[in-house]
Design a protein around this ligand. Structure first.
Ligand SMILES: Nc1ncnc2c1ncn2[C@@H]1O[C@H](COP(=O)(O)OP(=O)(O)OP(=O)(O)O)[C@@H](O)[C@H]1O
Length: 230
């Protein structure tokens, strides 16, 4: 069983030093001398300082699908915050934006969407890695802040495949699909520009895409090195 957020500490584990943070899974982990437990040598750091993850990609590329699998496999690691429409009046939201309460915000179809600092903080205070599923414009805004997340771009195999996925999902009208496809072209341009994202995951075969995403999360330390051994 994975420790819930508050119990996930940064530890120095016998036989190896893990940094900056590891997640301990006592039931399955065996350390270098074959003992199924850990001794805490280092200090305790809350995971709240951990880099958030920004996940971005054209509508229909499979962001939610991949995140659902990730959150199912690592139940107590991630907290989700979407760039959401706030159920307040437009005026109230504008005031909050002016006060600097939002880390990013964008306007689509005359609605304001945004991710508030409080929403991120609430996830981090639970000791979870905060996942932000946001649009390209939101990514651009986040890049101006000191949030310092890992940037992940999910890319569809082709425009045709993207359109087919949106049609099959059955959530959009023809008009909305066309709007999304139009927007996708610009988003792909931005997503594929070198330096804009830490990783571009091609979501053609879902299994391969998930493996690539997970490998990256291991590589950048979001998923702890001790878990890798299990
Ligand atoms: N690799 C894949 N192969 C085929 N279909 C896929 C694949 N990944 C996701 N899908 C399907 O494509 C559709 C769109 O996926 P999903 O809803 O996850 O996209 P999204 O990027 O989260 O979209 P939005 O930004 O609009 O929320 C879903 O019906 C999903 O089941």
């Amino acid at each position: 069983m994975n420790y819930p957020g508050f119990l996930r500490y940064s530890l120095n584990v016998i036989g190896k030093t893990t940094w900056p943070l590891i997640r301990v899974n006592t039931t399955n982990s065996v350390n270098s001398i074959g003992v199924k437990s850990y001794i805490i040598l280092g200090g305790v750091h809350w995971l709240s300082s951990f880099h958030p993850l920004v996940i971005c990609g054209p509508s229909g590329c499979g962001k939610s699908t991949l995140l659902k699998i990730l959150m199912k496999e690592y139940k107590n690691y991630f907290g989700f915050t979407v760039s959401h429409y706030h159920f307040v009046t437009r005026h109230e939201m504008q005031q909050a934006i002016e006060k600097g309460e939002f880390i990013e915000h964008v306007e689509y179809s005359k609605n304001l969407y945004g991710t508030s600092k409080n929403a991120i903080k609430a996830v981090q205070e639970k000791g979870l890695v905060c996942i932000l599923d946001i649009e390209v414009e939101g990514v651009k805004n986040i890049k101006k802040t000191d949030l310092n997340p890992r940037y992940i771009f999910i890319k569809p195999p082709s425009m045709e495949a993207l359109k087919e996925r949106l049609q099959k999902r059955g959530t959009e009208t023809d008009e909305s699909i066309n709007e999304r496809i139009c927007r996708a072209k610009k988003e792909l341009e931005y997503g594929e520009m070198p330096g804009n994202f830490d990783i571009i995951v091609l979501n053609d075969c879902l299994e391969d895409a998930y493996r690539e995403l997970k490998n990256y999360l291991w590589k950048c330390g979001v998923l702890g090195s001790n878990l890798q051994e299990q």
